[in-house]
Design a protein around this ligand. Structure first.
Ligand code: GDP
Length: 203
């Protein structure tokens, strides 16, 4: 068993299935344990989720930034959830919709008893934006545990990578071990992230 667990494939999340979509977190019901993915629109959240779950079309890869305004739930096993929160920072759409988004996210993040970890996805190449910093500060102020997934590292030269990651960790006030550098498209760092997701939803 130990050997199997050390094998790379074991780190992947297999058999993750779409479970449900809600627009109000009060409709979610209870989980045994859940993690949530959040991030600015177009940061590659769907791509990361698909890569972590080893499933190309699990989370819909949106062509229109901020198109999704619902909470999508995927189940790794009974009651063990991966929750995809709608992206933030979309430039289009009425103010009213942004307020609705905020209410929806805040209600979710503050109301989930078994929320083990929020994985905040940022674009490693662009670096944390003002909205990313606000989100991190809000999570911290509200004692919601979070890790940062720095996606699109394939766009950064290996010479600059360390520096960029250090910068992102400082800006978002997290320890290096809570930072997961990944490339959803190239598959880099995905096993490590999947292992952490697995550990959190099984905790
Ligand atoms: P979402 O809006 O955050 O769900 O983002 P998507 O998953 O739809 O991806 C947005 C765009 O970023 C798409 O064109 C993806 O192909 C691209 N993308 C996602 N992940 C990566 C990555 O790791 N590297 C690169 N170079 N592009 C990526």
């Amino acid at each position: 068993m130990l050997i199997l667990q050390l094998g790379g494939e074991m780190a992947k999340l297999n058999n993750v299935k779409y479970y449900k979509t809600v627009v109000d977190s009060s409709e979610l019901g209870e989980s045994c344990a859940e993690v949530a993915f959040v991030g600015r629109s177009n940061v590659g959240k769907s791509s990361v989720l698909n890569a972590v779950c080893g499933e190309k079309k699990l989370a819909y890869i949106s062509q229109v930034p901020g198109k999704t305004r619902s909470i999508n739930v995927f189940a790794a096993s009974h009651g063990r959830w991966i929750v995809d929160l709608p992206g933030y920072g979309f430039a289009v759409g009425p103010e009213e919709e942004r307020i609705k988004w905020r209410e929806m996210i805040e209600t979710y993040l503050l109301g989930r008893e078994n929320l083990k970890m929020v994985f905040m996805i940022v674009d490693a190449n662009v670096g944390p934006t003002k909205l990313d910093r606000q989100m991190a500060m809000w999570l911290q102020a509200n004692c919601v545990p979070y890790s940062v997934v720095a996606n699109k590292i394939d766009k950064i030269s290996s010479l600059l990578l360390k520096e960029r990651l250090q910068f992102a960790a400082n800006e978002l006030q997290i320890a290096q071990e809570k930072l997961f550098p990944v490339s959803a498209t190239k598959g880099k760092g995905i096993k490590e992230l999947a292992a952490e997701v697995r550990a959190q939803i099984n905790s």
